[in-house]
Design a binder for this molecule. Sequence first.
Ligand SMILES: [Zn+2]
Length: 257
Amino acid sequence: MRDGDRSPVVVENPDGTGPFVIVCDHASNRIPEEYEPFELADDALATHIAWDPGALAVARRLSKRLDAPLLWPDVSRLVIDCNRAPDASSLIAVESEGRKVEANRGVSAAERARRLERIHRPYHEAIDACLERRLAARLPTALIAIHSFTPVYFGKTRPWQIGIVFGEDRRMADLLVGELKADPALSVGINEPYSPADQVYYTVERHAGPLGLPAAMIEIRNDEIGDDAGQRSWADRLAKILVAAEPRLVGARHAAA
Ligand SMILES: [Zn+2]
């Protein structure tokens, strides 16, 4: 397949009928051919500045376990960050964690509009379409975003193995935090390492907010999910919690439908 034919949006298990829809905004570190050379060392493309290492593998396992549709953009966040508002200054990063992203310096308004049109818009429209289809079919639905974060950020060690990020709607966050905190071995970030104030809650807010869907963003420290065993372990753990939470999260809606 030529690179130009490759879709910037991937939808897996679109007809899954479980009560969750999963999005993975930073699943991929792919730089489409047209943006090569990206003037960034390949080793940088392997790190968290280009994507969320491990996140897609966990999201895929969860998608299977929960029979959940899974949507993700197959383009690095360095080209355009799908978890940012179209007018956010960090939409097309010119710097990431102290490292200059030369390829993004001086990007014109036309090029910005083009990336929005070709990557950001189709991704969010695919999520809209998935949610609308489910609501039309009266399928109970909650939205989960899976991300990963780096253990050390600007020289500071982050203590949490997992963080739950949420806005005003705490329904899903309270259930997740409550269950995770029951394990004394875990340090659970509550709106850590990020919070909606950091402008990182765009996808969840945009899609779950207007529809009133229970939703949260799950951030897993990437050294926890660097290999198959870690990915499986976290996916199993989260799947158990989510399956148990299901009647409380979407049960009322289901009964009303
Ligand atoms: Zn992320």
